[in-house]
Design a protein. Structure first.
Length: 157
């Protein structure tokens, strides 16, 4: 079975649906996972990250890290920490390396907005979440696995 065969497709009607989808996705995630959120401005990447954070049980509000580039969200009781990165303002792989994300990747779920083409070297396996927004505001989402056991995990999604 190819990775294309394991891709999951869905449609989300509202921002709240996007957050709920993130919560569902969080149930599949574990420390060491790299999740790359791909989509245009306003597609719902931060809303999805908020849902993932809620599903992981992180403490505090998950907000866009656009100006601070990276935020570490501590795990609540029994949860998994999340590193939330916005790579939009980064100029390339060298600037990603300067963030030392690889130092924390094994202990947390790392969620990167705008990371396509910049963060793939952080892990031999990752999940790309591709989000597009139609004219009627419905979000079309694709979960695209790359390596590791993502295919098995997505089979139950």
């Amino acid at each position: 079975m190819t990775e294309a065969d394991m891709t999951v497709h869905c449609e989300l009607s509202t921002v709240d649906d996007t957050r709920e989808f993130g919560k569902r996705l969080a149930a599949l995630l574990r420390a060491g996972d790299l999740v790359v959120l791909v989509g245009p401005l306003g597609a719902g990447k931060t809303a999805l990250a908020q849902g993932i954070g809620a599903g992981l049980g992180v403490t505090g509000a998950v907000t866009s890290p656009t100006f601070v580039i990276s935020r570490v969200h501590r795990a609540g009781s029994g949860g998994v920490p999340m590193v939330h990165v916005d790579a939009y303002r980064l100029g390339g792989v060298v600037e990603v390396d300067d963030l030392d994300l690889d130092a924390s990747i094994d202990e947390s779920v790392t969620v990167v907005e705008w990371g396509e083409g910049l963060v793939e070297q952080l892990s031999p396996a990752r999940l790309d979440v591709r989000i597009s927004r139609r004219d009627d505001d419905v979000r079309e989402v694709e979960l695209v696995p790359h390596g590791g056991d993502w295919g098995a995990r997505l089979a139950s999604f």
